[in-house]
Design a binder for this molecule. Structure first.
Ligand SMILES: CC(C)(COP(=O)(O)OP(=O)(O)OC[C@H]1O[C@@H](n2cnc3c(N)ncnc32)[C@H](O)[C@@H]1OP(=O)(O)O)[C@@H](O)C(=O)NCCC(=O)NCCS
Length: 198
């Protein structure tokens, strides 16, 4: 079994280590990080997936941003340990976090990534939403958690400047037990997959 739990402050060095392992050096120089600098994460949606032995296998984080003065969730980074990529763990974290986001009342999600991967979760290109340059517009993708939540929402993506109404402490008891994704062993790749970069 795997366990998906909200990230706590004590987990931070381990999570940063996983991101450093999975992304090219200089990842925090990407333009999307300027939207995150100094802005508290959405704590309840920053999730870690650990195996039965407690080893960190995957992590996902979310930040609040604004488009057209509407609140938007910025998804990412998401990373799966290179030894376990392609086994469905990324999909588990994506689905679990998006279900939690919907339950928490968020309306819309934005990310910068490869459409061929993220389309399986319902993400489509956002033609009228502009990430800080340099960002390939084909990689700016959105998902509606409520019907039509992206309709008429257009313009630049801006940092969230309002303080969270009630900054929640991550609730480490809000964990989900998940069974390993069903995937035949010989369907696995031998090498880590090339992956989308934020
Ligand atoms: C991208 C990532 C999160 C996906 O998680 P994962 O657990 O490896 O992926 P899953 O097992 O859930 O899904 C595997 C499927 O995704 C596809 N896939 C993986 N990366 C892909 C990409 N960049 N583009 C298109 N498809 C991709 C695989 O081909 C596979 O397809 P299949 O189901 O048809 O066989 C993971 O590979 C990773 O951490 N990569 C390095 C870091 C990164 O690039 N993160 C994303 C940007 S923030």
């Amino acid at each position: 079994m795997y366990e998906i739990c909200p990230e706590t402050p004590a987990d931070e060095p381990e999570v940063e280590g996983l991101y450093d392992l999975c992304f090219a050096p200089g990842r925090t120089a990407l333009s999307s990080y300027r939207l995150r600098d100094g802005v508290p994460r959405v704590a309840d949606l920053c999730l870690l997936l650990r195996d039965a032995g407690g080893t960190l296998m995957a992590a996902i984080r979310f930040w609040p941003v604004r488009v057209d003065d509407r609140p938007v969730l910025l998804l990412g980074p998401i990373a799966v340990h290179p030894t376990a990529q392609g086994e469905g763990l990324g999909g588990l974290l994506m689905r679990d976090s998006l279900t939690r986001a919907r339950r928490m009342g968020f309306d819309r999600v934005l990310l910068v990534g490869d459409a061929p991967y993220y389309s399986r979760f319902g993400f489509t290109r956002l033609d009228d939403v502009v990430m800080p340059p340099p960002t390939n517009p084909d990689r700016v993708l959105g998902l509606e958690l409520r019907p039509d939540a992206w309709v008429g929402v257009a313009g630049p993506v801006l940092r969230e400047t309002r303080p969270p109404a009630d900054p929640p402490a991550p609730d480490s008891t809000a964990c989900t037990q998940v069974a390993p994704p069903k995937r035949p062993v010989d369907d696995r790749t031998e090498t880590p997959r090339s992956a989308p970069h934020h």
